[in-house]
Design a protein around this ligand. Structure first.
Ligand SMILES: Cc1cc2nc3c(=O)[nH]c(=O)nc-3n(C[C@H](O)[C@H](O)[C@H](O)COP(=O)(O)OP(=O)(O)OC[C@H]3O[C@@H](n4cnc5c(N)ncnc54)[C@H](O)[C@@H]3O)c2cc1C
Length: 307
């Protein structure tokens, strides 16, 4: 996009339905990722669920590329930033409605908040989500999971915005949900809202599990460093962390990026890492593990921008 001309035009048009606080220009993406890494987004907008389709339609009309970000907890954004519009789905798209055993949540709602609210209402089971720092939208897209549970277990349907800016309701069974996968990115859908069908469960039982999972994370994961969680998907019949450790890569560093000393499945921003540091380290790990064990690790972390 030709920055000087189109940035002004798109901001003027966005201003007709978003407030000034919802539109940020040259916004550092390092503020919006748990890696604390990433260059500037030309334009960064935070619409509500109702405003989001209008942003998509406008980007289409002006031929401006757009990208979607939740809490940025599974994201590596390029040091060069993002050309076009970053649609951040956070606070204005945050709400929880509970009716009987059904929970409806806006895509910008924190997954942990929904898990917590569900426990309070005696509804299970999203206890696995305690400690996963994503939004509902990001969690659905990734089919987030831990400790034997995943989003797929309770998700009933989602409301999405299509590439054309239309809103559709889709059943969970049509989302091709599997281990850290859904068909949402390939279809170009943006999750606006998710509906979960829950089961009555004792709050005490849910709370006990949530505490156990949180304690386990504190004990095993390098939560004192910025990261995006598990960097690689679990390979078939194996564990990425174990393969990386066995390959002798524990503590391996490229610039400020490091294979965690505490859990080799995590790449951490140990000391002012750039996206290039993290990216190079990921490629090095993939190559080394492939050479030693003939297993090709696949990044779970999503890349945004040019690498
Ligand atoms: C310390 C730590 C621990 C973690 N532990 C776990 C774990 O146990 N299990 C697990 O599964 N994950 C874990 N994660 C990874 C991450 O939290 C999850 O993948 C989470 O679901 C990502 O949500 P997000 O809102 O941050 O998505 P983002 O990182 O913002 O985005 C992830 C992808 O989804 C897309 N996206 C985001 N929102 C939407 C939307 N509304 N519509 C369409 N596309 C969208 C983005 O474009 C991107 O491709 C962990 C991360 C950290 C930092």
């Amino acid at each position: 996009m030709s920055k000087e001309i189109n940035t002004k035009e798109i901001i003027d048009r966005l201003n007709s339905f978003l407030t000034e606080e919802q539109i940020l220009v040259n916004e550092p993406m390092s503020k919006h990722t748990t890696f604390r890494i990433g260059g500037d987004a030309d334009i960064h907008v935070s619409p509500s669920v109702d405003e989001l389709p209008k942003v998509v339609s406008l980007c289409n009309e002006l031929n401006v590329p757009y990208y979607v970000v939740g809490n940025g907890s599974n994201l590596l954004v390029s040091d060069n930033g993002v050309r076009g519009v970053v649609i951040s789905i956070r606070r204005p798209a945050e709400y929880i409605k509970i009716e009987g055993n059904t929970i409806v949540a806006g895509a910008g709602t924190s997954l942990a908040k929904v898990s917590n609210q569900a426990a309070k209402e005696g509804l299970g089971d999203l206890s696995f989500a305690a400690g996963i720092p994503g939004t509902i939208g990001g969690a659905v897209v990734m089919n987030a999971g831990a400790y034997g549970g995943e989003i797929k277990d309770t998700l009933k349907s989602v409301k999405v915005c299509t590439k054309d800016g239309n809103v559709l309701e889709i059943e969970a069974k049509d989302l091709d949900l599997s281990y850290r996968h859904s068909c949402i990115p390939e279809k170009g859908y943006i999750v606006l809202e998710a509906t979960f069908e829950m089961q009555p469960m004792e709050e005490e039982e849910l709370r006990a599990k949530m505490t156990e999972y949180r304690n386990s994370r504190v004990a095993k994961q390098p939560l004192n460093f910025p990261s995006a969680g598990s960097t690689f998907k679990r390979p078939k019949d194996n564990f990425a962390g174990k393969l990386i450790e066995d390959a002798g890569l524990k503590g391996y560093q490229v610039g400020g990026a490091q294979v965690s000393e505490k859990h080799c499945g995590f790449v951490v921003n140990a000391n002012g890492a750039t996206a290039k540091d993290v990216y190079t380290l990921i490629q090095d790990v993939i190559k080394d593990v492939e050479n030693k064990y003939d297993v090709t690790l696949e990044p779970e972390v999503k890349m945004m921008g040019e690498f």
